[in-house]
Ligand binder design. Structure first.
Ligand SMILES: [Zn+2]
Length: 197
C-alpha cells in the first residue's frame, strides 16, 4: 500500500527529471496503462498532472497530453521532457509516428507491415546501417532507432528477440525462460518511497 501523498510528491520531485529513456510511473496504474494519482481527493492521470507541473496549465480547454517524444503514454511514461500539451489531432499524428495507433500496421497511415520489422531487425543485427533502411522503407532514422530499441512495434520486436534468444539458448543446450531477457519497465523506488511502497 503506497503511503498517501507519495505519488504526488514523487511527481513534484521529478518535474525536472532529464534522464535517458522513459520515466515510468511506479505507483498505481489504471486499466489502460496510464498512471493514476489522487490530487486533493480527485483521481487524475499521472501524465496529465506531470504535464501541468512541468509545462503549466492547459493552454486551451481541449488540450490533451502528447507523448511526442517516445509514444509510450500507454506504457506509463511520465518523463517531463517526453510530454507536452497539444491538440487531439497532434496526438493522433504522434501515435502514427510511434506505431501505437491501433497496434502498428492496422493503423490507417502506417507505412510498415509487421514482416518489415523482422526484416529491419535482421538487417540491423547483420550490421546494416539506419541510412540504408530509411532509404528502403521511407521512414526516418528516429523511427529505425525506435524499432531497434523496441520503443515502437513492441510486440513484433519482442517476438523477434524471443526467437533470437531461443536460438541462442538452444545452441548452448539450455532451456529458454522469458524472464531471462525481458527488461523491467517499472522504475525502482528509492529511499522513503521504497520503504513506504
Ligand atoms: Zn517516454
Amino acid at each position: 500500500m503506497t503511503k498517501r501523498g507519495f505519488p504526488e510528491k514523487w511527481l513534484k520531485e521529478h518535474v525536472e527529471y532529464d534522464g535517458d529513456g522513459c520515466l515510468i510511473w511506479p505507483f498505481a496504474w489504471h486499466s489502460k496503462g496510464y498512471g493514476d494519482v489522487r490530487i486533493d481527493g480527485k483521481g487524475i492521470s499521472a501524465h496529465v498532472e506531470m504535464c501541468r507541473l512541468a509545462h503549466g496549465e492547459k493552454p486551451f480547454p481541449e488540450a490533451v497530453v502528447r507523448h511526442f517524444e517516445c509514444g509510450n503514454g500507454h506504457l506509463g511514461c511520465v518523463h517531463p521532457a517526453h510530454i507536452c500539451w497539444g491538440t487531439v489531432k497532434e496526438n493522433v499524428a504522434d501515435k502514427d509516428v510511434h506505431g501505437t495507433a491501433q497496434r502498428g500496421e492496422r493503423g490507417p497511415r502506417a507505412k510498415l507491415k509487421r514482416d518489415d520489422i523482422r526484416l529491419i531487425l535482421d538487417r540491423l543485427a547483420a550490421g546494416g546501417t539506419a541510412v540504408s533502411i530509411t532509404a528502403d522503407y521511407g521512414i526516418g532514422s528516429a523511427a529505425v532507432s525506435a524499432i531497434k530499441h523496441g520503443r515502437t512495434w513492441k510486440d513484433a520486436v519482442n517476438e523477434y528477440e524471443q526467437a533470437r534468444f531461443e536460438a541462442m539458448f538452444e545452441k548452448d543446450g539450455l532451456t529458454f525462460t522469458p524472464s531471462v531477457w525481458r527488461k523491467p519497465v517499472i522504475v525502482e523506488l528509492h529511499g522513503e518511497y521504497a520503504r513506504a511502497a
